[in-house]
Design a protein around this ligand. Structure first.
Ligand SMILES: Cc1ncc(COP(=O)(O)O)c(C=O)c1O
Length: 475
């Protein structure tokens, strides 16, 4: 298991070279792989672990395999679901984390790593407008865990006995409120927290796909009359399909009036807070009780780095603390807390380092420029699509474009749009997808997820869409 010094040096060299080569050449490759499970299983069949493999051959096997069998999310023509090209500092961070292998369950085992994460939670919390003294939070595996954390803390806030006596101790059915365009991780959080998916009320959206606050208010009142116990509202700040932002201030007002936990799912759109001319889109987010923000989306760190941030400095401990006798005690008496005592995870990887190193090297300014540039590329994509007979069907200043084909009678049907996306994806030229907006209107979707995507990629995508259109119509 322990390779010799010479073997290790050769290994690091080979890995560094493979990473650099991938970054340099990924744009010249297909974006998408051939999807043939039998071929992939046949490739793995000879690796039965009976004979030790030479380290160089093992790495080579994986580098070739991943190059061939992966949708290349770091490719500038991947217009996908928020999966970025990772920053070089983020890649380096993950390698360092693997080598130092800090265990972040207990403060005394990893004091620097835990303080770095705390420092980042505060830095982002204050950027969102929380007061530094009240800001608390944790890195999570990803956005779904951050949303799950939000549901659990909101339950504990509303029903203090939920953590000890469980859902059966509650007299009324807890209900939570999201828009019909929200991410389904909230629905799943309701399932796995024991309140059930039917506890989630999907509030209707307006023609811009934003939650309607008056409908929210009416639904809460109806539920109270029916004997339910509303406990949480989650606004979406950048929806997954269309990048729209719920009206934060009116929703905050409802939450305050109804005394409900107000969560902002800003997994992707939260990055707009770093750009002065986009900051106003998030006005009111400082009135939330908690925020989900994913650094592995628009901050382009390697997967995954979710953040759950809250302005209630007590709530995480209330929700998660369980006394143990066997965990390290060296930090007892210091003004610190052990992450295992205030988060879902127990053993913890040093998730925050990729954010710390990326931000330290780019600075807020570097991120501001990158996000501004990606937003401008999104506007360019919208204009180019319109010039080629596509109609934009979502309204957002953020770089997600949903579109249909107005040049052909079938151009709004899901079969036609799926066929277009299918042609593009199977050709390997780019990755785009289809979605349904506002309860069922089909659309193609392309998102600028990659900081390397530029005008030439947009021109290529628009050309590819014309090509795909021709093929679908010629079928
Ligand atoms: C708005 C929103 N919230 C939450 C999530 C879940 O995040 P993750 O995939 O990082 O768990 C996503 C994922 O795309 C999302 O778009």
């Amino acid at each position: 298991m322990l390779l010799s010094k010479e073997q290790r040096e050769a290994l690091w060299h080979q890995v560094a070279e493979a990473i650099e080569n991938y970054i340099e050449t990924v744009a010249d490759e297909r974006v998408t792989p051939e999807l043939d499970p039998m071929k992939i299983r046949a490739l793995l069949e000879p690796v039965d672990f009976s004979e030790p493999m030479n380290p160089s051959d093992a790495v080579d096997f994986i580098v070739k395999g991943l190059s061939k069998y992966q949708t290349h999310t770091p490719h500038p023509r991947y217009y996908g679901l928020f999966n970025p090209a990772p920053t070089p500092m983020g890649i380096a961070a993950d390698a360092l984390v693997a080598a130092f292998n800090p265990q972040l369950a207990a403060w005394s085992h990893s004091p620097l790593a835990i303080e770095i994460e705390r420092h980042l939670v505060r830095a982002f919390g204050t950027r969102f407008g929380y007061p530094a003294s009240d800001t608390d939070g944790t890195f999570t595996n990803a956005g779904a865990e951050a949303n799950h954390t939000a549901v659990l803390v909101a339950l504990v806030r509303a029903f203090p006995e939920y953590g000890t006596k469980g859902i059966r101790s509650l007299e009324a059915q807890p209900t939570l409120y999201v828009s019909s365009e929200s991410h389904h991780s909230l629905l799943r959080a309701a399932r796995i927290s024991g309140i059930g998916a039917e506890a989630v009320r999907e509030v209707p959206v307006d023609t811009d796909l934003r939650m309607i606050p008056s409908e929210l208010q009416s639904q809460i009142r109806r539920d109270r009359k029916a004997g339910c116990a509303p406990f949480m509202i989650a606004a979406t700040v950048g929806t997954t399909s269309a990048g729209t932002i719920d009206p934060i201030i009116p929703i905050a007002e409802v939450a305050e009036e109804e005394e409900l936990w107000f969560h902002a799912d800003a997994a992707w759109g939260g990055a707009a807070v770093l750009v002065p001319e986009l900051r106003h889109l998030l006005e009111g987010i400082e009135r939330s009780n908690s925020i989900t923000f994913d650094a592995h989306k628009w901050l382009s760190v390697p997967m995954a780095a979710g953040l759950f941030i809250t302005s209630d400095a007590e709530i995480l401990e209330k929700a998660f603390r369980i006394p143990t006798l066997y965990m390290p005690k060296e930090a007892a008496g210091l003004d610190v807390a052990d992450p295992y005592a205030y988060t879902i995870q127990w053993s913890r990887r040093f998730i925050g380092l990729k954010v710390f190193l990326s931000l330290a090297v780019a600075g807020w300014k570097g991120y501001e420029e990158t996000i501004r540039n990606q937003t401008a590329v999104g506007i360019h994509l919208k204009d180019s699509l319109q010039a080629h007979g596509w109609e934009i069907v979502n309204k957002t200043p953020l770089p997600i474009v949903c579109f249909v084909d107005t040049e052909h009678p079938q151009g709004r049907s899901i079969d036609y749009l799926d066929a277009i996306a299918g042609e593009i994806v199977s050709s390997g030229k780019a990755w785009i997808s289809t979605t349904k907006l506002g309860g069922g209107k089909p659309a193609l979707r392309a998102c600028i997820t990659n900081y390397r995507t530029d005008g030439s990629d947009i021109a290529a995508l628009v050309g590819d869409l014309d090509w795909a259109r021709g093929r679908v119509l010629g079928m």
